[in-house]
Design a protein around this ligand. Structure first.
Ligand SMILES: Nc1ncnc2c1ncn2[C@@H]1O[C@H](COP(=O)(O)OP(=O)(O)OP(=O)(O)O)[C@@H](O)[C@H]1O
Ligand SMILES: [Mg+2]
Length: 234
């Protein structure tokens, strides 16, 4: 379970980005964070990744309070969290293999184990035949799959993805979404920030809508048997 309790975030320049966010996300859930540009989606994900600290409130991940971790504890926490950045953030001078291997090298794993895990995961995302290529020799969708593989290589319990389909055409976006669905079915909690209404409609999931740093709605998808919306529909 991930819990945010009274989370507020004010950036150094004084802009309030999140106000009094209270949220519970059970393990194994797949949740969208949506809302217009500037609503606070990336800020929320960055707080969960400890890339930034909340100005107030607490974040719990399982039993652990991750609100004010020391750098060493942040590094440990990130072994359990994968982050897929909107702009991929791949190292363009490194090969696909090296990009995906990097988090395991940082952890100091043995070379042989790194090789077999990276190869296995690149097979999973369908890129094992491109492992010696460099990112700029790949299509946007392929680069995105490398970014997902890099996030997944640590076998995270939680996967955070910031607009992971933002730069892709709709066929590729669907392919990437199917991959996230598969990852989620294998037990990983997924939080995905997106603007993309088409995806929200096509892959209905619990959807949290932010506006001006507030949660304005938090709804479950409608099913044939029930309409369990927690609050009024978006
Ligand atoms: N590093 C920063 N310094 C100061 N203000 C920031 C910073 N990052 C974000 N903000 C501000 O915080 C608010 C929320 O930004 P955030 O990036 O979380 O929005 P978003 O919902 O992800 O938007 P987008 O859809 O454009 O990615 C915005 O008003 C933004 O200008
Ligand atoms: Mg953003």
């Amino acid at each position: 379970m991930i819990q945010l309790c009274n989370i507020g975030k004010v950036y150094d320049n004084g802009a309030p980005a999140l106000h009094d966010i209270n949220l519970k996300i059970p393990s194994g859930d797949f949740v969208y964070i949506t809302g217009s540009s500037g609503a606070g989606k990336s800020t929320l994900l960055r707080l969960l990744y400890c890339a930034d600290r909340p100005s107030r409130g607490q974040i719990l991940m399982g039993e652990r309070n991750i609100t004010r971790l020391r750098p060493r504890s942040v590094a440990l926490l990130r072994r359990e969290i994968g982050f897929v950045f909107q702009d991929f953030k791949l190292l363009n001078k490194r090969t696909v293999f090296e990009n995906v291997a990097l988090p395991l090298q940082v952890q100091g794993l043995a070379k042989q184990e790194i090789q077999s895990r990276v190869y296995q995961l690149l097979q999973y995302v369908g890129l094992e035949y491109k492992l010696q290529r460099k990112p700029l020799e790949l299509s946007g969708g392929e680069q995105q799959r490398v970014a997902i593989a890099r996030a997944m290589i640590v076998r995270p319990r939680v996967l955070l993805a910031d607009e992971p389909t933002g730069n892709l055409d709709s066929d590729l976006a669907i392919e990437i979404m199917e991959m996230f669905t598969r990852i989620n079915h294998e037990g990983t909690t997924v939080l995905l920030a997106t603007h993309d209404r088409e995806l929200l409609d096509r892959f209905p999931r619990r959807t949290i809508v932010l506006k001006g740093g507030h949660i304005v709605s938090d709804t479950l998808p409608q099913t044939a048997e029930e309409t369990p919306s927690k609050e009024e529909a978006i």
